[in-house]
Design a protein around this ligand. Sequence first.
Ligand code: SF4
Ligand code: SF4
Length: 104
Amino acid sequence: MSVQRYDLNACIGCESCVTICPMDVFRFDYDQMKSVMAYPENCQSCGQCYVNCQGRSLIISDNMFGYAITSYRATTTATHADVEAAIKAQPAKSAKAAEEKKAS
Ligand code: SF4
Ligand code: SF4
């Protein structure tokens, strides 16, 4: 079990998840005013971000480590700059996935 993004568009940018997570999973994207699950592999499924998410933007899922960023970081060739770029791309990817979900 781990927390995953349910709908990035629902994120109201309150930053609760960033401040409450004891495992430092979240970062905040001030360009898009949305939180970013930058280190999802650190999630210990305590559920605090989930219950305190005012936008209902997060879900607790049975899937562990279901993030592109995790497999990306697992590659030995990924540099720090590559990881930073992947983290930056994550909100756009999540928004696109949310739109596709709504459309289907
Ligand atoms: S469930 Fe707990 S450890 Fe996991 S991201 Fe949320 S606050 Fe952090
Ligand atoms: S707690 Fe929810 S609404 Fe607030 S920044 Fe985090 S994901 Fe967005």
